[in-house]
Design a binder for this molecule. Structure first.
Ligand SMILES: NC(=O)c1ccc[n+]([C@@H]2O[C@H](COP(=O)([O-])OP(=O)(O)OC[C@H]3O[C@@H](n4cnc5c(N)ncnc54)[C@H](OP(=O)(O)O)[C@@H]3O)[C@@H](O)[C@H]2O)c1
Length: 313
């Protein structure tokens, strides 16, 4: 049986309940999906039982599900949880029908994954996402998907439980390059926003006043609005780590080399982010690019303690 014939009450497995995976799985569980969850650090998945999710003690238990979602960190981690010893496919006769892989990974990793799944009769929908955990909670996440169109159609009711938007961009691994391009843009835009915010402040404009204007201008965006509280009040609780953003900029630069596309802004942003990581600024949000820029400008920032909205809540 292929994923095209998945029942409406399909059994869903979930691998990875980090910042993103937890919030996504929570929406599925709250929508009443028959959900079984596994996380390497079990304690992080436990609160999902309040919403009716079951916990798996070992990954191969999820092979009995119809669909398995995966949301871990890098391609190496995806390979480990899917095909490693003790992984999802480690018991010979059991495999789900469809894997929906949501981590931000390379085109090559995704193709290798498809090659590992195919002999076991498992279809792959590449389904990376745009938005952080707060965006997920606000019901504003979006998926970009590629793989067999029939697999996308079968997955859509479940994707919709998590996010209102799911774009299908074609066969194979195309969704991966869309997500890589998206995150290159995220890095470059954040660095640019940091530069102009520091420039305006050094010239005498408070950050909250500057960003109030930007957010209402034609250049304002969902992103500039939801990063505004961090920029104004310097709350850098992690939404996305500098290391994960560096991974995505590296994926973008690799893709640029492969397709012979110069990416000077991405390259510069990658090195600025590397400086931040090299200085040990790794435990808080990547939006600390603002602090690095201020320091390079001889400006000591302090929280403005102004109530500013994030456009989400
Ligand atoms: N945060 C964002 O804003 C955002 C937005 C869009 C896409 N993404 C992408 O989404 C993915 C997850 O990001 P995140 O922010 O949720 O990261 P995170 O909070 O660091 O969570 C990573 C998850 O992967 C698990 N994991 C990592 N390596 C593993 C391994 N070798 N074996 C088993 N489990 C492993 C972790 O398990 P433990 O709990 O045991 O550590 C955790 O559940 C990344 O590919 C990221 O680039 C992130």
């Amino acid at each position: 049986m292929t994923s095209a014939s998945l029942p409406p009450a399909a059994r869903i497995g979930w691998i990875g309940t980090g910042r993103m995976g937890y919030a996504m799985a929570e929406r599925l569980a709250r929508s009443g999906a028959d959900l079984t969850v596994w996380n390497r650090t079990r304690a992080k998945a436990e609160p999902l039982t309040q919403h009716g999710a079951k916990l798996a003690t070992a990954l191969p238990e999820l092979a009995a599900c119809d669909i398995v979602f995966c949301m871990v960190s890098t391609w190496d981690d995806v390979r480990e949880v899917v095909a490693g010893p003790g992984g999802l496919l480690s018991e010979r006769n059991r495999a789900p029908r469809l894997l929906i892989e949501c981590s931000s990974i390379s085109l090559e990793g995704s193709a290798e994954l498809r090659g590992l799944l195919s002999p076991r009769g498992v279809e792959l929908l590449a389904a990376p996402v745009s938005g952080n955990a707060k965006v997920i909670k606000a019901g504003r996440l979006s998926f970009v998907c590629s793989g067999p169109k029939s697999a996308f159609d079968a997955a859509l009711p479940f994707l919709r439980m998590i996010a209102p938007a799911a774009s299908y961009v074609g066969e194979g691994e195309l969704a991966r390059i869309v997500k890589i391009c998206h995150n290159v843009f995220l890095g470059v835009v954040t660095q640019s926003l940091a530069e102009i915010t520091v420039l305006a402040q050094k010239a005498g404009v408070p950050r909250h006043a500057f960003l109030d204007f930007i957010n209402q201008s034609v250049m304002g965006s969902t992103f500039s609005r939801y990063k505004t509280p961090a920029f104004v009040n310097l709350d850098f609780k992690v939404t996305f780590t500098p290391q994960l953003l560096r991974k995505d900029l590296d994926l973008g630069l690799e893709a640029g080399r492969r397709f012979e596309v110069p990416m000077p802004l991405a390259s510069l942003t990658r090195d600025i982010l590397q400086t931040m990581i090299g200085r040990g600024m790794t435990e808080e949000d990547f939006a600390q690019l603002l602090l690095l820029e201020a320091e390079a400008s001889g400006l000591k920032l302090s929280p403005e303690n102004v109530a500013v909205g994030d456009g989400l809540s």
